[in-house]
Design a protein around this ligand. Structure first.
Ligand code: SAH
Length: 430
């Protein structure tokens, strides 16, 4: 069998492995620009063809195809699984079609297989199997991380016996019941919460929604992080209830903590509780009353009386602390995303620099700064450059001890490295 060689000039179509990419029985006609009925492929699915640039993106392994790279308007409603072909009718894969978003296609499969219940069952089971290998013994992790797990537009977070789910595109929204049934079958959860109350759904023409999909409404749900037990409200809390991407970093933080510690942007205490297991005293700064209340409960439940929760704007708190000449030995900064789009990057970097500069000024020599950013539009190098500039302005010499990212349950596609959104540096101020 000739070895398929990827690449634009040696694509695997004519000489590829047998059984795949067979010549279609009839070349589909080039779609007209204004049509009211979709093309139908050989398996009865609507068929969408790509222009050359789209085919090149497919070859590069990019998980999306933009509207401009489609050959005409496919005259579909959105949410369909479509068969995708090149201009000559060669099969490229199957994808979810979106009508409203600039991203028209999100690949589901590069094989010509039915996208049915069994297909999704296998995808879910395979993703879960990876987590069990990567995180043995854990029962709290992200089960499905959208595109990176080959189910675009779906996020599933597991908190022990509970699941919290986001349907982000029409394709997954329309299969909500099917996916819920499969999750019940695979995980036998006590409840499944729907946290599709996110702004990105507007790009798909979908309203924000939240509620209980299965079981009864849970109160705050407990889960373990290292030696600490955290409770988070899956229905009323932020995101899917908590920030599972930082779990491994939370536990790591306890290793460095000592003396007087400060955790800014604490939420329900992911970092603050870990710091409190080692530090003498922890000041946790959080702007949301609701999150601060849950943090206090979490500290009490873990018998950690050394956590002082302050409801305040962390920017103000840090500025005042510098003015008052306060000092700390361990500081964590884990703010929300400061830039929702590319135009906001400059302002976001100013924000990051301000808080990091102040934190460096507040640290005693030998103190640790654990500094994170979840801004998708700032990459690791950009973040590191900002830290260097903050250190220079703070007139401190700073070591990099660790450069970390999201946990292993948040895989990154090599072909879409922007999905490596979370940066978490461990620095030591000399
Ligand atoms: N560190 C947390 C996650 C933080 S998410 C963890 O690891 O679990 C960001 C948090 O910052 C949210 O709880 C949000 O309410 C809070 N926040 C947003 N703006 C803030 C501000 N200006 N000052 C303090 N907290 C803020």
């Amino acid at each position: 069998m000739p070895k398929p060689t990827p690449g634009p000039r040696h694509d695997r179509r004519p000489g590829g492995p047998p059984g795949r990419n067979k010549r279609p029985p009839q070349r589909p006609e080039k779609p007209a620009q204004d049509r009211t009925t979709p093309d139908i492929g050989q398996d009865g699915l609507p068929q969408v063809s790509l222009v050359r640039r789209g085919v090149e993106r497919w070859q590069a392994g990019h998980p999306w195809i933009y509207r401009a790279d489609l050959n005409g308007d496919p005259a579909l409603q959105g949410g369909e699984v479509v068969r995708v072909v090149d201009a000559r009718g060669w099969f490229l894969g199957k994808a979810f079609y979106s009508k409203h978003s600039k991203i028209s296609l999100r690949w589901l499969s590069y094989e010509d297989v039915p996208v049915d219940t069994d297909f999704f069952r296998q995808r879910l089971a395979q993703a879960d199997a990876m987590r069990r290998r990567a995180l043995p013994g854990e029962n709290t992790y992200r089960v499905i991380h959208g595109e990176a797990d080959l189910i675009p537009g779906l996020v599933v977070d597991r908190y022990g016996d509970y699941l919290s789910v986001q349907f982000l595109i029409a394709g997954t929204e329309q299969r909500k019941q099917l996916l819920t049934d499969l999750l019940v079958e695979l995980f036998k959860p006590r409840a499944i919460v729907n946290r599709s109350d996110v702004g990105v759904r507007a790009l798909e023409g979908l309203p924000q929604e939240k509620g209980v999909l299965y079981g009864t409404q849970p109160g705050p749900v407990p889960y373990d992080e290292g030696l600490v037990r955290v409770r988070a409200d899956l229905l009323e809390g932020q995101k899917t209830g908590s920030f599972l991407d930082q779990r491994e970093n939370h536990v790591m933080a306890s290793q460095y903590a000592f003396g007087e510690a400060l955790d800014c942007f604490s939420y329900v205490g992911g970092f603050a509780l870990q710091l409190a297991t080692r530090a003498e005293k922890v000041t946790a700064v959080e702007i949301s009353e609701q999150a601060a209340a849950q943090l206090r409960e979490n500290a009490a439940a873990n018998k950690l009386p050394n956590v002082d929760v302050v409801v305040a704007n962390a920017f103000d708190f840090l500025r005042d602390a510098v003015d008052e000449g306060r000092r700390f030995d361990t500081i964590v900064l884990d703010p929300p995303s400061f830039a929702k789009n590319k135009d906001a990057i400059e302002g976001a970097l100013r924000g990051y620099k301000e808080i990091n500069l102040r934190a460096m000024q507040l640290l005693r020599p030998g103190g640790y700064l654990i500094s994170a950013s979840c801004t998708y539009h700032i990459d690791e190098q950009g973040f590191e450059d900002m830290l260097a500039s903050a250190a220079a302005d703070a007139k401190r010499r700073v070591q990099i001890i660790e450069k970390r990212g999201a946990g292993k349950d948040h895989p990154v596609l090599l072909s879409l490295r922007e999905t490596r959104y979370l940066k978490c540096f461990v620095l030591r101020v000399l």
